[in-house]
Design a protein around this ligand. Structure first.
Ligand code: HEC
Ligand SMILES: [Cu+2]
Length: 352
């Protein structure tokens, strides 16, 4: 074998191995099995899977037949020393009609279940529970309008109850996708789009933005917590009751004052339902996520960090350390002292 061929093969194999490793590592980084479209937990995802599997196997059969015929032809009719040039032919009506009609039939066969599934997924189920989802650079707003409260990045829903996710975006196009529960759908500024799905089991499900939306697109995760109906009702009641008010003269109570103080002014951008400062200022900011139940959320910064007191501290000091370019400003020692920060973190962690 010529040296250059051997060398080229080495280069190809040498670059394939790291590429494969990178691809597999990518599966792990984004959540691996927890964001797998074949670990089904919702009817919407199941419909898509039931469409995908037969089309996949049909494609495998066609691939094997076509490639088999190709390889057979290449070997059988390969050039041998002394062969005369092959007969040059062009245009065989029968063959051309056959290989036009065969794929057309295959596509028509695939089209029927595809259109049925699309229509099925787009039709509104009876009596859905509606949650408004607004995509922001780079976090998710979840408005439970019928029940009168809002939250961010972590959505709670009841099991076995049809859900309508009614979506729009405030800035650029985003895409909402939790592979175990439903297929992806764009969120478009100035337009309404919908996803209908029913979660089939309780648990915690991962999702993220699937439409490139700026530098922190990859840190635009969300979680969906699926509860039994009575557990969900309790959660709704606790959200409607507003934020937990800290006991007077505690670290949490001090933290609540810090939240409103001029150096921090967190309330300018964040809402905490029911939280009122001593001077009567309310926390009704709309720029960032609603923090009413922050202590209950497993993640902060739309999944940039786990929600722990240390991470909350780091986040408030400099949100750009873990999520460069996001819209929340950093807070220096001059604005919030270390002591005040501890109190603020204690307050935020206590919110449920
Ligand atoms: C200028 C507006 C603005 C101010 C002021 C601001 N934030 Fe934020 N905050 C944001 C935005 C926007 C996000 C979402 C960032 C992202 O994830 O991309 C955010 C995210 C957060 C989060 C994470 C929430 C979650 O669910 O992921 C916390 C916690 C938070 N801010 C706390 C604070 C505190 C405490 C203060 C006051 C010291 C504060 N913020 C001041 C805009 C602001
Ligand atoms: Cu996005």
């Amino acid at each position: 074998m010529a040296d250059w061929i051997r060398c080229k093969r080495g280069v190809v194999l040498g670059s394939l191995v790291p590429l494969l490793a990178l691809t597999l590592a990518g599966c792990g980084i984004t959540g691996g099995e927890v964001q797998s479209a074949n670990e089904l937990a919702g009817d919407n995802a199941r419909s898509i899977w039931n469409l995908f599997v037969p089309i996949f196997w049909l494609s495998v059969v066609i691939f094997v037949l076509v490639q088999g015929a190709l390889i057979w032809a290449v070997i059988k009719f390969r050039y041998k020393d002394g062969d005369p040039p092959p007969a040059q032919l062009h245009g065989n009506t029968k063959v051309e009609v056959a290989w036009t009609i065969a794929p057309a039939i295959i596509l028509a066969v695939i089209l029927v279940p595809t259109i049925t599934t699309i229509a099925d997924l787009a039709s509104e189920p009876d009596d859905p529970y509606t949650i408004d989802v607004i995509g922001h650079q780079w976090w998710w707003e979840f408005d439970y309008e019928d029940d009168g409260f809002a939250t961010g990045n972590v959505m709670h829903i009841p099991v076995d109850q049809p859900i309508r996710v009614r979506m729009t975006a405030s800035d650029v196009i985003h895409s909402f996708y939790a592979p175990q529960l439903f297929g992806k759908q764009d969120l478009i500024p100035g337009r309404e789009t919908n996803i209908y799905f029913t979660a089939e089991q309780t648990g915690e499900f991962y999702g993220q933005c699937y439409e490139f939306c700026g530098v922190q697109h990859a840190n635009m995760h969300f979680r969906i917590m699926v509860h039994e109906q009575d557990e969900f009702d309790d959660w709704v009641a606790s959200q409607q009751a507003g934020a937990l008010e800290p006991e007077p003269d505690t670290l949490e109570a001090q933290g609540k004052e810090v939240f409103f103080q001029p150096g921090a002014a967190c309330h300018a951008c964040h809402a905490i339902d029911g939280a009122v400062a001593e001077d009567g200022t309310e926390a009704i900011g709309q720029v960032g996520p609603n923090l009413t139940n922050l202590g209950d959320r497993p993640i902060i910064g739309a999944g940039s960090l786990e929600n722990t007191p240390e991470n909350l501290r780091d986040w408030i000091r400099d949100p750009h350390e873990s999520k460069p370019g996001n819209e929340m400003p950093a807070f220096s020692q001059d604005q919030i002292s270390d002591e005040d920060l501890d109190a603020l973190v204690a307050y935020l962690s206590s919110l449920r």
